[in-house]
Design a protein around this ligand. Sequence first.
Ligand SMILES: Nc1ncnc2c1ncn2[C@@H]1O[C@H](COP(=O)(O)OP(=O)(O)OP(=O)(O)O)[C@@H](O)[C@H]1O
Ligand SMILES: [Mg+2]
Length: 268
Amino acid sequence: MGVKKIIITSCKGGVGKSTIAANLGLRLAQNGHKTLLVDCDFGIRSLDLILGAEDRVVFDIRDVAIRGVEFSRAVISDNRSPLLDFCAAPAGECQAIEPSLFRATINRVAEEHGYEYILLDTPGDEGDTFTMAASAAESALIISTMLPTSIRAAEKTGVAVAEAGITNQRLIINCFDFTTKPPPGQASVLEIVDKTYLQLIGIIPYDSRLPELQLKGGLIDELPGTNTAAAFANIAQRLTGRNIPLFTSFRGINRKNLMKHILSTRPV
Ligand SMILES: Nc1ncnc2c1ncn2[C@@H]1O[C@H](COP(=O)(O)OP(=O)(O)OP(=O)(O)O)[C@@H](O)[C@H]1O
Ligand SMILES: [Mg+2]
């Protein structure tokens, strides 16, 4: 089976792209898939912080592609799983790598190191770095929260991703709060799918423990048995082609609230 190269993207900032890249990467690795995370957010890299690896970064992906630094000197092996590797973005503002060079670098690294999944974390815009990352990917995970601006951004991102030649697109809804009734006017899951024209691959709950964990470089493995952990496990399974229900292993769901969130909340 060939490597799967996936951009985790939205042209809106702060919707959870890096959080999802890191935690999904860990889950894929824990499922036995050799996975590489590449931070493509040049200028404001964050995956090193989220992974708790900021003190270990010496070289970055730009050094590998442009300065001829060996990938083995730039790659960081995650302490949680021997199958999870990470390559940082350059720290300061700098130009994107020319797309054909970036694509060739990613393909070379994939082949030489036998990765099954390469997750490319993109910045929250459609600039040169997005174009660079998209050039190396054949699929996209587009992230939206329940907020109208984020939903609109997901729709726009789907178009940008298609224009970059990636037709295999899936939607992840992040920060989904089904513990309470949906606030009046909030779009339902069905409406989000309808508006973005994207096929849904997963729903991740809002979980205040995630940002807390991130302060100390912690990931989802520290929240075993939670719905948030189940959400990442389900998305990892669905990515590998298993057709499991969206809310597999979720506990304590208020089905009535959930249905209100999924179906339209607006009066007809
Ligand atoms: N499901 C969630 N529940 C609670 N908080 C979350 C969730 N997902 C992400 N967050 C928090 O939201 C904030 C933004 O997340 P993150 O940095 O992953 O977004 P991003 O899309 O990568 O942002 P940027 O566009 O700046 O790169 C972080 O503090 C993160 O911990
Ligand atoms: Mg980010």
